[in-house]
Structures are given as C-alpha cells and as structure tokens.
Design a protein around this ligand. Sequence first.
Ligand code: S3P
Length: 437
Amino acid sequence: MMKVQGEIVLRGDKSLSHRAVIFSALAKGKSKIKNFLKAEDTLNTLRAMQKTGVTVIGDVYSDEFEIVSEGLHNFKSPDTVLDMGNSGTAARLLLGLFSGFENIEATIDGDESLRKRPMKRITNPLKNFGASFEPEDLLPIKVSGKKLRPVIYDETLGSAQVKSALLLAAISSGVEARIKENHPSRDHSEKMLRFAGANLKSIRQPTAENVIELKPPYNFNPAKYDIWGDISSAAFFVVLGLLAEEGELIIKNVLFNPFRDRYIDILIQMGAKIEKVVTGEKCGESGGDLIVKPSLLKGISIGKEEIPKIIDELPVLTIAGLFAEGRFEFRGAEELRVKESDRIKAMADNLRNLKVNVEEFSDGLSLEGSRGAILEGSIESFMDHRIIMSFAIAREKAWANAGYSKDKNELIEIKDLNWVKTSFPDFFELLDKVVFK
Ligand code: S3P
C-alpha cells in the first residue's frame, strides 16, 4: 500500500529562472534574484551572463543573490565557448540575444543531446532580419551580432523559445518586434518584460491567435525577481500523490500560469482530486499551493490543441495514463521528438521494456492503462531528466503493486539517475521524504 504524505517546497521554476537572469543582465544596476533554480540548466545561463559582462554578488546557492550589470549596451564578447550543457532554452534564448548586439561574437555549444537539437527554428527567422550564424543548423554555432531590422514574424511552431529568442534579438538591436503566434505558447517572457518596464502589448485575436508588439526604447529597470516554485517539477509529485492509496501531499508556492498548469486540468478531467489555492502574485505571475489526494484515474484522449500547454508534462501524464483505467492517448505532439531526447520514442521504448503494449505514432502514443499494472524491467535514461523522473514515479507505483516483494531496483532498474541534476537535483531526496510503504 503506497502512502504519499507531507509538504514539499520546490526550487524556482526553470523557465522563470533563465529569464530572471537574462532580464537582470539587460538592466543597468543591481537586480536581486530570490529562489533561483540551482540546477545545471539555469546555472549555465547564469555562467554565460557572467562571461559576457555581469557580476554576481553573493552565493548563487543561497536563497537570494544579486546581479550587477552595466546594462544593454555593455555586453562583451566572451573569451571562451559558452557551454549550455543540456539546456535548449539557454542555447536558443542566448542565440537570439547575442544576434542583435553589434560587435559581439560568441560561440554557443552544448552536450551530446543538445548538439542534436534543431537550431534552425531560431537561426532561419533571425537571418531574415540580418543576423549571422555559422553553421545555422546544429551547435556549436558562432553568432556574430549585427544591427537587425525590425523583427516581424509569424510563429507557427507554438514555441516559447522561438518567440523569446526573437524578442531578445529585437531588444539587443534596439528595434521593434511584432510576433504573431498561431499557437500561443508560455508567456513568461512577455510578463517578465512588462515587469521590467518594457513597452509590450499582447493582443489576443478573435481566432485565438496572439499578436505581441514590443517597442523601443529599451530601458529596463533593475528589479527583484522572486521566483515561484517549478510547476513542471511539481507534476511528478502531483502524479505520485494521485497514484497513492493513502495520504495527502501539499506542494507549496508553485507557479500558476495557464500555459504551464494545464496538466492539472487534464488530470482533473481524468478524475484527479487536486486543489489549487492561489496565494498571490510575484513578478507578474500568480502562484500558490497544490493539495493532492489519492484518486482513481481514467484514461483520456489528448489532442493537438492542448500540446503547447503540456509539452513538458507529457511524459509524466503518460505515467498517470499507465495507471488509469481505460485508453490513454495523446496526438499532435511531434515537437516532443526534438526535446532533450525523442520523448515519444523514449517513453514507448521504455514502456515496452516494462512489457507494456504501447502504440507509437509519429506524433504521439496510445496505451491501455490499469491501476494495478504489474511492471518489471529496465529503463534507459536517453540522457533526459524528465524521462528518468517519470519512470521513477512509475516505479514507486509498480513496486507497491508488486506488494514490495522485491528490491525496488531489482524490480525496475533506472539508469543514469544523475541527469536529474539538469532541472531537479533534489528530486530523489524529496521522493524519499514523502513516500511511505
Ligand atoms: C521553454 C519552452 C518550451 C519547453 C522548455 C522550456 C521555455 O520549449 O519545452 O522546457 O522556457 O521557453 P518550446 O518553446 O521549444 O516548446
């Protein structure tokens, strides 16, 4: 019998942490960052900003530290390659930012996984406004900053990384941006830019499209960025709490944003008992606590229109589906194939390793769930933190379903656990704290 009980506090949201560092660097003066995500991905963004001109005061591993910057016009070329490790967000946002700074040259690189991820989605549009990248498709890429033309673009991928890279390129070049989003994506850049004093309008069209207009001059204010806990990291614990037989899990102070917490609505449609308690606003974003209770889930079919809002949670939603009654399916998610790993393949292969009958499509997958599923086998990491954490949640439930008759690692072995450091270094510690046999 699995009991999940307790109260947990999560480190800062990853998307917000990347942006808080970058926007602090754009402002002349001293900004403060509280509850920054101390994980490899976001530390890489911070290191890149340090190499291009900002100074950090205080300990980045403490609750709060300061960033001092000479502002938008004082960035310098780094004297080493900027290694973004595993982080697509860091690489893409910084390619955008540096492309618009005249006289700045930087080479951006990443690990084996990031070197395989498509960068043309950034370099292609930006080239049209005068930016220069060599090569244009895969990292390592040398960006030679140029004065760009106004950034007028129709964004069709539903990618917040593309949108944010384009906004940052307009800012570094001092030109306006007008971006039409055909599939609106997470709006943290827009909200944080407004919070930092930018003249940015976001106009929702009757057709559900969105038009973002950003206008110079770009005089950003130094600010205090107080970051909500990571709502995507919360998803692993939300699913864990739902799959339990007993207990109640409280996740404190997490970000609430309709582009990020849509997975909660989907879980509620599946029968989940989750309460959202809004406690306030910080830096233009709202947030609060989640209360999660054991629930009997049923399968669901998730369509394309939902995908941009649940893109990072699809692996763990699939685990919820694995232990739900009936068919679980998602489609229209081809973007999932170009994340930290090909997440459709990584999920399907690993589910097959556990002898689950899964149907794989080019844009999704489908399986028949069962709350009492008996699973055994071995999990490959695909060098992907979210794949590891999703199967770590599945393993807790499978272990309980097996009546704790075997050693947990013997039942399901998960390889390369260290990859969780990219986004959630204390994941296993928190898991041990709240799960009881
Ligand atoms: C992110 C945007 C998403 C998401 C990623 C973080 C961001 O990627 O998958 O984990 O912070 O902007 P896309 O915008 O490419 O979909």
